[in-house]
Design a binder for this molecule. Sequence first.
Ligand SMILES: Cc1ncc(COP(=O)(O)O)c(C=O)c1O
Length: 217
Amino acid sequence: MRDLFQEQLEVLRARSLERKLREIGSAQGPEIDIAERRLINFSSNDYLGLANDSRLREAAVAAIGKFGVGAGASRLVSGTQSLHVRLESAIAKWKGTEAALCFSSGYAAALGTIPALVASNDIILLDKLCHASLIDGAKLSGAILRVFPHNHLGKLENHLEWVQRQHAGKRVLILTESVFSMDGDRAPLRELIELKKHFGALLFLDEAHALAASSNG
Ligand SMILES: Cc1ncc(COP(=O)(O)O)c(C=O)c1O
């Protein structure tokens, strides 16, 4: 078995692409313990400090006391916990939306939603710097995939014109992020909305790094 993957591993090592997990011995926060050293943490996405918030810790302990630690099965098959229903209705109220649906991770959200919005023969137009989960969701949908250079409205418009010419009547989904994970820059949302309306496309925004920014105005 080792031999089967040895060559592949060596290729990864040679390209400095071998990944190793760092073990963290403390709760998440501005400082964390790694290998018995206290380090300042610049790499986390816990921008709001919720991962170790005392009110959330207490609420989580109380919820475990009442509901235990597992959902039992898929919520579609065996019913959904009332806690999840309450969470989704609170999120919908906070975001001012009709409804909300929670997934266990951002990756699961992308894979669960994108194929529900478009299918094979539809079109996805994706910003080049989109997170890998959006690319995987796009591939899983089976839609025709076109990538536009990062935040390049002109190229996106060219793609939309191409869809109009070659794939009239097909559903078109523009995939982007409101705040980009790696570069920290923002998508030009006003212009994207104008384009989406003009061409009758759908717009999918990954707000993994932007929820706090948008909710605080
Ligand atoms: C923009 C974006 N979308 C989706 C994800 C995936 O989220 P998760 O790690 O919860 O699967 C990430 C992860 O960092 C992300 O940066």
